[in-house]
Write a protein of this length. Structure first.
Length: 296
């Protein structure tokens, strides 16, 4: 598969083929005839789903529904056996909710017959009532567990889409140090971006396929600079990386011996240690990445 076709398919999955980063990357002439292994491309595209895709994926829905209801089916079968009910009454019901309705109707029927108030009848009545309470409780717990698992799946896919958008934007940038691989430059850039976001009380989210800067304390509020104007994610990244001399410039001499630049978004907490110079900061980032790789 050609690289442009692969990127287009990924962008289509997240519903954002017109993102500037995608368009800029696909416009490069050096990638037009680059090939990727078809099996690798199929592995990536089949494994990556958008949030909406995950919600509507038949296999995902069937999996979580089965997990939620298998335990209830087992308890209904135990109740049928325990109270000597005719199991054939439930054979026509294939789904859990149908079986539960039949069970409740049978229980109501037994209660309305009002046999002699013998000790045996009273015991069976009490047992049935207790089983009903237990079944209701287990069904409620199972439904709540299913909701939590569904939320976890949605959060996982949301994180994948957000990381894809951030990575795609970093890939579109031109970096000053051509001797470093693109992967290393991107990792260093992401470390600096994340650190500056933390210092400024900001975070990045995916809002309708667009990277958006918001306040960490309340993501409904835009991130504002000192002039109380909203800052786009792209401008924020460009500013951070330009200040740290990571991006390519027209005069290569300007990249050498860089000096630390003041933060011009929000005042940085003075209690947070600042790097003595950019060179040592880059070295520290590289060492941190090396230490992280030991655990991968």
């Amino acid at each position: 598969m050609k690289v442009p076709d692969f990127i287009n398919e990924l962008a289509d999955k997240i519903g954002n083929k017109n993102h500037k980063g995608v368009i800029d990357f696909l416009s490069r002439s050096d990638i037009q005839n680059m090939d990727l292994d078809d099996d690798f491309c199929k592995l990536v595209t089949s494994g990556l789903m958008s949030l909406e895709g995950a919600k509507n994926h038949a296999a995902v829905k069937a999996h979580h529904k089965a997990l939620a209801l298998n335990g209830v089916d087992s308890e209904i079968a135990n109740a049928i056996s325990k109270f000597g009910l005719d199991a054939s009454l439930f054979e026509s019901e294939k789904d859990t909710y149908g079986k539960l309705r039949v069970f409740m109707d049978k229980l109501k029927e037994m209660m309305e017959k009002k046999p002699e108030q013998s000790d045996e009848w009273k015991k069976k009545y009490d047992d049935l009532r207790k089983d009903k309470i237990e079944l209701d409780s287990k069904l409620a717990d199972t439904i709540e567990k299913s909701k939590s698992e569904k939320a976890a799946v949605e959060e996982m896919y949301s994180g994948q889409v957000l990381n894809f958008l951030k990575s795609n934007h970093l890939k579109s940038l031109q970096y000053a140090d051509k001797e470093r691989s693109l992967d290393v430059n991107m990792k260093l850039a992401q470390i600096m971006i994340d650190e500056t976001l933390t210092q400024n009380g900001a975070r990045v989210i995916n809002r309708d396929g667009q990277l958006k800067l918001v306040r960490t304390s309340d993501e409904t509020l835009d991130f504002l600079n000192e002039s109380h104007k909203a800052v786009t994610y792209e401008d924020f990244v460009k500013k951070v990386l330009a200040d740290n001399k990571i991006l390519s410039v027209s005069d290569p001499s300007k990249v050498n011996n860089p000096q630390p630049q003041p933060n011009q978004f929000f005042p940085i907490n003075q209690n947070v240690p600042q790097p003595a110079n950019n060179a040592s900061y880059l070295k520290a980032c590289e060492e941190a990445m090396a230490n992280m790789n030991q655990f991968n």
